[in-house]
Design a protein around this ligand. Structure first.
Ligand code: PLP
Length: 446
C-alpha cells in the first residue's frame, strides 16, 4: 500500500461520517488494510488491537473465511431478490426462522433493514401503525431517554438523547420525549440505588400522566446504553419501568443494536434484565459487520394485528432481507453459538472490569463500569465534584492519539475511554488492552 497516496486521496474526496472534518483535513485518516482475529493493521504495517470491535459489531473477530465463503456461495446462486411484493429467497426465510428460535417468545416475526437507524425507524413506525390499526391513531408519542443513541436518521435521531447529534440539523419531528437516563454515577447523586430507581419510575409515571397514556405509542430504550456513555442501569430499574409501561398499555421497544448477539454476556441484553419487549431492533453483530444488515422482531400479538387487514404494509427498504447479508448472518450466528461467544464476553468482560477498576485509585478516574464487553473508564477533572475536563473534546483527541501510539484502537469520548473488543478476545489480548489503557492515561494525564 502507498499510505501517503491513500491518505491524500481520502483528504481530497471522502466526506467522513461522525468525524472531525476540520482535523481530518490537517491530520488525515488512519487507513486500516487488514484484520485477523482481534487485530488490525494499518497501511504502514503497524498492528493495533481492535478495542472497539469495529463499531461494537465485529463480534466474531476479523478475517473469518467462513463468512466470506457464505457470501460468495449466495452471490453465485442469486445475489439479490427483493422482499417487497411478497417475494423472498431461502437465506431470508431461514434467518427469520432462526431468529424466532433465538429470541425469547413471543418475538417470532422479523423484518429486515440495512442497519440500526433503519431498524429503529421501522420499530417506531410499526408501533404507531399497530395503534392506528387498533383504532387509536392518536397514540403516536415516543418516550426515550437522555444519553440514548438510536441512530441518526430523523426518527431515530429524535429518539436519541444526546443533543450534540441534533445541533445544526434543523427541526426534528415532534412527539419525542426524553426521560432521565439511569446514570447512577451522576444523576443518582445523594441517593441510594433504590431511591434513584424510585425517582426514575416516578418521573415516568408523571410524564405518562401529563401527556396522557392514550397519546403514547411506545417507550424505546437500549438495555445498556452504549454510545451515550455505557450506562448500566441499577438493579431493579428495568423491571420497574416495564411494569409501569405495561400498566398503561405502552409498547416497549428494546434497541438491541449493540447488546444483541452476545456482547453483554447473554445472547440478548433483554435476558440480563428479564425483559419481555413488544418490539426489538437489532443490527451490527447479526453479521459481525461483514455485511450491512439490521432488523426488527415483533410479538405474535403485533404481527396478528399487522396482518389482520387486507391492505399493503407501506414500509420497507430496497435492501430489506438482502439474501447475501442474510446468508452471512446465518453463518455468523452459528459461529457465535458454536464458539460460545456470549460466555466469553461474560468472562473476559468481568476480568476487564475488575482489572480496570484498579485504575480508580488514580485522581482522574471517576467511575469504571460495564456489562460483558461494553466497558467505560469515566474521567473527571475533580473526583469530589465530578467536574469534567474542559474542553473535553481536546482530552478525547489526546487519548485517541495515545492509545493508538500504544497499539490500541479504543473509542475516546468526552466521558473517557470506551472499550468493546471482539467477543473472541483472549486473556493475553485483554492484558495487552489493559496495559495500553493504563499507559495511555499515564501519557496524557500523568
Ligand atoms: N442503536 C444503537 C443502540 C446504536 O449503538 C447504534 C449505532 O451505534 C444505532 C442504533 C444506529 O445504528 P446504525 O449506525 O447502523 O444506523
Amino acid at each position: 500500500w502507498n499510505a501517503a497516496e491513500l491518505i491524500r486521496k481520502d483528504q481530497a474526496h471522502h466526506l467522513h461520517p461522525l468525524s472531525n472534518l476540520y482535523r481530518l483535513r490537517q491530520q488525515g485518516p488512519l487507513v486500516l488494510v487488514r484484520g485477523e482475529g482481534a487485530w488490525l493493521w494499518d497501511a504502514e504495517g503497524n498492528r493495533y488491537l481492535d478495542g472497539f470491535a469495529g463499531l461494537w459489531n465485529v463480534n466474531v473477530g476479523h478475517g473469518r473465511r467462513e463468512l466470506a465463503e457464505a457470501a460468495r456461495a449466495q452471490m453465485e446462486e442469486v445475489a439479490f431478490v427483493p422482499t417487497f411484493f411478497g417475494l423472498t429467497s431461502p437465506p431470508t426465510i431461514e434467518l427469520a426462522a432462526r431468529l424466532a428460535e433465538l429470541f425469547p417468545d413471543p418475538i417470532n416475526h422479523f423484518q429486515f433493514t440495512s442497519g440500526g437507524a433503519e431498524s429503529n425507524e421501522t420499530a417506531i413506525k410499526i408501533a404507531r401503525y399497530y395503534w392506528w390499526l387498533k383504532g387509536q391513531p392518536e397514540r403516536v408519542k415516543i418516550l426515550s431517554r437522555q444519553m440514548a443513541y438510536h441512530g441518526i436518521a430523523m426518527g431515530a435521531l429524535s429518539a436519541t438523547g444526546v443533543p450534540a447529534y441534533w445541533e445544526g440539523f434543523g427541526p426534528r419531528p415532534p412527539g419525542f420525549i426524553h426521560l432521565t437516563a439511569p446514570y447512577y454515577y451522576r444523576a443518582g447523586e445523594g441517593m441510594t440505588e433504590a431511591e434513584f430507581v424510585a425517582a426514575l419510575v416516578r418521573e415516568l409515571e408523571e410524564t405518562i400522566e401529563r401527556e396522557g397514556p392514550e397519546t403514547i405509542a411506545a417507550f424505546i430504550g437500549e438495555p445498556v446504553q452504549g454510545a451515550g456513555g455505557v450506562v448500566v442501569p441499577p438493579e431493579g430499574y428495568w423491571p420497574a419501568i416495564a411494569e409501569v409501561l405495561e400498566r398503561h398499555g405502552i409498547l416497549l421497544i428494546l434497541d438491541e443494536v449493540i447488546t444483541g448477539f452476545g456482547r453483554t454476556g447473554t445472547m440478548f441484553g433483554m435476558q440480563q434484565y428479564g425483559l419481555s419487549p413488544d418490539i426489538v431492533s437489532f443490527a451490527k453483530a447479526i453479521t459481525s459487520g461483514y455485511l450491512p444488515l439490521g432488523g426488527v422482531g415483533v410479538t405474535d400479538e403485533i404481527f396478528d394485528v399487522l396482518s389482520s387487514v387486507d391492505r399493503m404494509f407501506m414500509h420497507g427498504f430496497t435492501y430489506s432481507g438482502h439474501p447475501v447479508a442474510c446468508a452471512v448472518a446465518l453463518r455468523n450466528l452459528q459461529i457465535i453459538e458454536e464458539e460460545r461467544l456470549p460466555d466469553n464476553a461474560r468472562e473476559a468482560g468481568s476480568y476487564l472490569l475488575s482489572e480496570l477498576s484498579e485504575l480508580l485509585d488514580r485522581p482522574y478516574v471517576g467511575n469504571v463500569r460495564g456489562k460483558g464487553l461494553m466497558l467505560l473508564v469515566e474521567l473527571v477533572a475533580d473526583k469530589a465534584t465530578k467536574a469534567k475536563f474542559e474542553p473535553s473534546f481536546q482530552l478525547a483527541s489526546k487519548l485517541e492519539q495515545a492509545t493508538r501510539t500504544r497499539g490500541l484502537i479504543a473509542r475516546c469520548t468526552p466521558e473517557g475511554i470506551v472499550l468493546a473488543p471482539p467477543l473472541i478476545i483472549t486473556r493475553e489480548e485483554c492484558d495487552f488492552l489493559l496495559e495500553a489503557v493504563a499507559g495511555a492515561l499515564e501519557d496524557v494525564l500523568g
